[in-house]
Design a protein around this ligand. Sequence first.
Ligand code: MG
Ligand code: MG
Length: 248
Amino acid sequence: MRRSKAELAKMRRAGSVVAEMHEATRAAAKPGVTTAELDRVAREVLERRGARSNFLNYGHPPFPAVICTSINSMIVHGIPGPQVLKEGDIVSIDCGAIIEGYHGDAAYTMAIGAVTEEARRLIEVTERSLYAGIEQMTVGNRLHEIGRAVQRVAESAGFSVVREYVGHAIGTAMHEQPQVPNYWPGTPGPTLKSGMVFAVEPMVNAGGAETRLLDDQWSVVTADGSLSAHFEHTIAVTDDGPEVLTVP
Ligand code: MG
Ligand code: MG
C-alpha cells in the first residue's frame, strides 16, 4: 500500500502524538513509580492531543491499557498495573495513537537508574539495530534487507533476535500486511516504493531467541529469563529516503 502526501501528513501527526507519549512516560519512569501510572500519563497525552488509542481493547482478550510496559526479561505486550519500577530495571514502553483514522506506533527501552553493563549495552545495540534497519528503507531496495541489517547488528554484539514477533506495514490499521521480520527470512521480499509505511521494531534478547507467552495471554518473556529490549518507529519510504514519522 502506498500512502498519498495527504495521508502521510496525517500519519506524521499521529506519530507526533506517539513521540509525546514517549517523552511523557520517559520523564515519569523512576524508581517507585507503577506501570499503571505510566499508562495514566500516556492517556493524558492522547486526551490533550485529541487522539485515540490503537492499543486499548486491541485483540483477545482485549488489551486493557494504552501502553505496553515490559520489564527486564519481558519482551513485549506487558500489561500496566501495580508493578513498581525499581533501580536497575530496564523497561520497554510501546504505544500508539490514531489521528483522523491514521495510525502511529513506536517503542523504546530505558534504564531505571543505574543498570548492569549488559543491560546498558543491550539497550544501545537494540536501538542501533533499529536505525540500521531504517537505513535500508530506500526506494528500490527490498523489504527483507531491513531485517538482515537488524540481525547483523544484534548478532554481531552477541545477542539474538526474536522470531515470533515482527514489524508490520501500518496506515489505516495498526497492523497491515506485509510483516517486517527482524531477521533474514531467506527471500528478499517486496520492492520498496515511495509512500510505503512500516513499523520496524527489533526485539533483541541478551540470551536465546526463544519466547514464552504468560497465562495472561499477552505478556511475552524470554524462555531463558535473559533481558530483552525493544525499539520501534513508524517510518515512510520517500523519494528523499526514509522519513521517521514517530518524532515530535
Ligand atoms: Mg508498537
Ligand atoms: Mg508495532
